[in-house]
Design a protein around this ligand. Structure first.
Ligand code: C5P
Length: 236
């Protein structure tokens, strides 16, 4: 069975655009991420359609609410058949534990992932919230809380992978955006890593958008990146 480590985000606001792109992709080479924009427009019907076409879906809705509400939302995501779903770690350990308990009752159990500190937030943004420690310390604290609550991993910057891998062990899944193959545009990403570097650092799954979705030949871009990942994986 293939275990693609690339997750392509479907950053579109219509189902048609998303479906057009996935006609050019292959489920044995990538999984797909459906986030708030596309889900708000096209909803679970589109997710079911993508699953029918053979793709694993990361439902990136970053749930953050009282424990019961989040746990019920995660349970519905499990019933929908998604491969991965996420919650904000800052919702706390009770919220995360209850979400895990609910999906563990399901016949299909998605991977449950925590979001630590959004990479759009810096030290100043944390200070505004009354958080005085460094971004790195807060990421580590929330990732530890996520692990202690029994979740499967976190979304993190590729630059945090080594610290998290060293502290949280090899089973903890690390999902990293901000990936750019050598020679491609950084777009609006500030601190990027190449696919090979991220895999060598210990990342499990790479969220790679525009280098694939905006490529003249998306499937070729996907194949090239998959090869780079395979080469890096044999050296890990
Ligand atoms: O096109 P690009 O590769 O930059 O897309 C990255 C994807 O990962 C987007 O869907 C973006 O919202 C998401 N993401 C990110 N940084 C985070 C979390 C998610 O870029 N910290």
């Amino acid at each position: 069975m293939s275990n693609p480590r690339i997750i392509v985000p479907l950053d579109f606001n219509t189902a048609e655009q998303a479906l057009q792109l996935i006609e050019k992709l292959q489920p044995d080479l990538c999984r797909l991420k459906v986030g708030k924009e596309l889900f708000t427009k096209a909803g679970p019907v589109l997710v079911e359609k993508l699953i029918e076409k053979g793709f694993d879906i990361f439902l990136d809705l970053k749930f953050h609410d009282i424990p019961t509400t989040v746990a019920k939302a995660c349970a519905v995501a499990a019933d929908l058949g998604v491969w991965m779903v996420n919650v904000h770690a800052s919702g706390g350990s009770e919220m995360m534990s209850l979400a895990r308990e609910e999906i563990e009752k399901k016949s299909h159990r998605p991977l449950l992932i925590g979001v630590t500190i959004l990479t759009s937030m810096n030290q100043q943004a944390l200070a505004e919230l009354g958080i005085q420690c460094s971004v790195e310390e807060q990421v580590m604290r929330l990732a530890q809380l996520t692990s202690d609550a029994g979740l499967d991993g976190v979304v993190c910057s590729a630059h945090e992978v080594k610290m998290l891998r060293d502290n949280l062990g090899k089973e903890f899944k690390l999902v990293t955006p901000g990936i750019r193959p050598g020679g491609s545009s950084n777009d609006d990403q500030k601190r990027v890593m190449t696919p090979g570097q991220a895999i060598s650092a210990g990342s499990d799954y790479l969220v790679i958008g525009r280098p694939i979705t905006q490529a003249a030949d998306p499937i070729q871009a996907l194949k090239d990146i998959s090869e780079e990942i395979s080469a890096a994986s044999t050296n890990v």
